[in-house]
Design a protein around this ligand. Structure first.
Ligand SMILES: [Zn+2]
Length: 349
């Protein structure tokens, strides 16, 4: 079955249809499944942060929701990211570890929630070199946010940063979460940082971690696993990850992909739940001439089906499947349609 309709021409531009949860805080607060123990927060110290020591000079600092990495060399500190929610606690964590100055600040990517505390670092260490991918420079230059000073050193594909007795390999492997999102590898401690891709113990944040390009996001899981690493820093939540966390999220994303693909394909049939013809007919009957309502009705059914089938597998395994599972399904369905060409009833006739 193929559906030829007036809204076919606009499908390529309609990225996703999101059902906003309407929460009246005075009468109803949503409750979700308890989080698994693997997603439990690590305890914070009296100053409000936790430090993980990976050995060989590598430390991760978190306030429980965001993460930064710093490397202690014999001449200074290399800091990766400066989330504003950790803020000055980064300086406290470094100051409680060493009296050496921050000589280098690396931006994992441009987003303010991960580097919006950079001006605090450069205020304390104005001579620090700021290193980022060229795309990150371009994005920051467009927005002109003073809390995120422009990088002073940029690169395109690879950059080896040597600081005294330490080396970090910075690599750009193409667009995933956002253009310019880089892999940061410290071989001495076997620590790999790639932000906003894998969320150890948890389902990805809203819209697959606010992804820019789903095929790159999916590919990044194998790119991570190709590294020889013991510690993975994803930039979010309170603990670092290990290889199993990356493999587990890869399995979740693979399931989500497969279930959403099956749902789209079934919508091209006369399936009693997913069959698109009946869905759009009913939507148009109730909303004459409203192409958006027609297509939203279709997307809602496919997205809900994909989210529910995936949730049945993953609820209780990863935290937050019931929080962001539907949002993740929405993004996956749209990517399958416009990136992978799985158009179901809206394919070429
Ligand atoms: Zn981001």
């Amino acid at each position: 079955m193929r559906i030829a309709s007036t809204f076919g021409a606009v499908l390529c531009c309609l990225f996703y249809s999101k059902i906003a949860a309407q929460t009246n805080t005075t009468t109803a607060v949503p409750t979700y499944l308890p989080i698994p123990s693997s997603a439990a927060s690590v305890p914070l110290n009296a100053a409000g942060y936790a430090l993980e020591d990976f050995g060989n000079g590598a430390f991760m600092v978190t306030e429980g929701v965001y993460q930064a990495l710093f490397i202690v060399s014999t001449t200074g500190i290399v800091l990766v990211d400066a989330p504003p929610t950790i803020g000055r606690k980064i300086l406290f964590a470094i100051g409680n570890t060493t009296h050496l100055p921050v000589t280098h600040l690396i931006y994992s990517h441009s987003h303010a929630d991960h580097i919006g505390g950079a001006s605090l670092i450069t205020a304390a260490y104005p001579n620090a070199t700021i290193i980022a991918h060229a795309n990150t420079f371009t994005q920051l230059n467009l927005t002109g946010d003073p809390s995120r000073p422009l990088p002073t050193k940029t690169f395109q594909d690879e950059y080896k940063l040597r600081v005294a007795n330490h080396t970090l390999q910075l690599s750009y492997k193409g667009i995933n979460h956002v253009p310019g999102n880089i892999f940061i590898y410290h071989s001495a401690s076997k620590t790999l940082m790639l932000v906003d891709i894998v969320f150890p113990g948890w389902v990805p944040f809203d819209r697959l971690g606010e992804v820019s390009y789903v095929p790159g996001f999916i590919k990044a899981h194998d790119q991570i696993l190709a590294y020889d690493f013991l510690h993975y820093i994803g930039g979010h939540l309170s603990r670092s990850g290990i290889r199993d966390d990356v493999q587990t999220q890869k399995n979740y994303v693979t399931d989500l992909f497969g279930n959403c693909k099956s749902a789209i394909e079934a919508s091209a049939t006369d399936d009693p739940v997913l069959g698109a013809e009946k869905i759009v007919e009913a939507a148009l009957a109730a909303n004459p001439g409203n192409s958006w309502a027609e297509f939203r009705a279709y997307l809602d059914v496919v997205n809900n089906y994909c989210a529910n089938v995936t949730g049945e597998i993953w609820d209780g395994v990863l935290a937050g499947v019931d929080v962001f599972g539907e949002s993740n399904a929405n993004v996956m369905v749209e990517s399958l349609r416009i990136d992978y060409g799985v158009l179901g009833p809206f394919g070429a006739m």
